[in-house]
Design a protein. Structure first.
Length: 134
């Protein structure tokens, strides 16, 4: 599927589906897309000429027809973006874990963190819990 040198992630879903349908069906795309999605030809022309996004059962029929390769071509920008966001979070948490592990061996307080609570000494915690241990 060709997206005219543009990053597909920046294209609306309707435009990506438009490219898919035109690539798959060519000259008679409106007629074939209408039959595929069980809609009126005028509706399919709207997808192909105005890049309107198919809705409901029509969208489901098109997605089902695409198979794995079509789905990746249409939706991979969102998947890649989501995966990148998750990888960044994993990296951030990994760095925080490494800092905490480093402090664990020193016996010092945990590094200041906007989400962390101020550490308490063990005797203070014991008194707060009503224990006689000191």
């Amino acid at each position: 599927m060709h997206f005219e040198g543009t990053n597909p992630q920046k294209l609306p879903l309707g435009r990506r589906i438009q490219v898919y349908l035109k690539t798959k069906f060519g000259r008679d795309a409106a007629k074939h897309a209408a039959a595929l999605a069980n809609v009126d030809v005028r509706t399919a022309r709207g997808w192909l000429e105005e890049a309107r996004e198919p809705k409901g059962d029509a969208l489901l029929a098109i997605i089902t027809d695409m198979g794995r390769d079509g789905l990746l071509a249409i939706f991979s920008p969102e998947v890649e973006s989501h995966e990148a966001r998750l990888r960044r979070k994993i990296d951030e948490h990994g760095q925080e874990i490494a800092r905490l592990k480093a402090c664990l061996g020193t016996g010092g307080p945990a590094p200041a963190n906007q989400n962390a609570r101020v550490p308490c000494a063990v005797p203070e915690m014991a008194r707060a819990n009503g224990s006689d241990h000191r």
